[in-house]
Ligand binder design. Structure first.
Ligand SMILES: [Zn+2]
Length: 245
């Protein structure tokens, strides 16, 4: 999967009803304290040989994918805001951490094995060791999903979208991540390689909630099936399928 520095056509309707407000909850990739990107039950078929399907699995490749994913998400949402006549502000910073409590969001310490968007500081932070492990186990597409999901939380905050339950915010962020990726592939700004779609599925399998977790519980993100459904709804139908208004 490769991000390009080109500005091509775009699809989808403009965003409406933008309101500048920040959500107060700490949005994250999985239930804090768990390891949402534990190795998936089975590798995608395309990676059954154990060989990466595209590119190397080096740290340099990882860093290039992270910055490519952030740049692509910024550009994507900037275009959507501009279409609506709204000013867009990029997420202030993208930080890495490797220890529990190394970074806090407001009063809340960010746990290891996670990635979050922090509305209080308007930053994305991810456990670098966890993310590199997921990159190597699942593939580079997971990194584009991960950054797209966290960036989506920043967009929700900018739009003033608030939900009654965590799971609604999380599934919407999955849909928005799908929209940014699907639209970027459509517009030629992102090259999809064999296996990337399987990697999205494998990544969502890995971060899905335990089936026993009540959907209304604080921290619920959705089962793997729900997350895959939301992601591909956005991927196939763009952000208008994500109920952003
Ligand atoms: Zn989230």
């Amino acid at each position: 999967m490769t991000a390009r520095m080109v500005d091509r056509s775009k699809r989808g309707a403009g965003l409406v009803g933008l309101v500048a407000a920040l959500a107060v909850t700490l949005a994250c990739m999985g239930t804090p304290g768990t390891e949402p990107a534990a190795p998936p039950p089975a590798p995608p078929a395309s990676e059954a040989s154990g060989e990466p399907v595209d590119g190397s699995m080096s740290v340099e490749e990882f860093e290039r994918d992270i910055s490519g994913a952030v740049r692509l998400a910024e550009q994507y949402w900037k275009e959507r805001f501009t279409e609506s006549g709204q000013r867009f502000e990029a997420v202030r910073r993208v930080l890495t951490y490797s220890r529990n409590g190394e970074i806090s969001c407001g009063q809340q310490e960010i746990p290891r094995n996670n990635a979050v968007y922090c509305p209080a500081g308007d930053f994305i932070a991810y456990d670098v060791n966890w993310a590199v492990a997921a990159f190597r186990q699942i593939g580079d597409a997971f990194i584009f999903f991960l950054l797209g999901h966290e960036y989506a939380h920043a967009i929700q905050a900018r739009l003033g979208i608030q939900h009654q339950f965590t799971i609604q915010s999380e599934l919407q962020a999955d849909c928005m991540a799908g929209a940014y990726l699907g639209d970027s592939v459509q517009s030629g700004q992102l090259d999809l390689q064999d296996g990337d779609l399987d990697e999205f599925r494998a990544g969502l399998e890995a971060v899905g909630d335990d089936p026993d977790q009540p959907w209304f519980a604080e921290g619920s993100h959705g089962t793997a099936r729900q997350r895959i459904e939301s992601f591909f709804r956005g991927y196939d139908s763009s952000f208008s399928a994500c109920d952003l208004t």
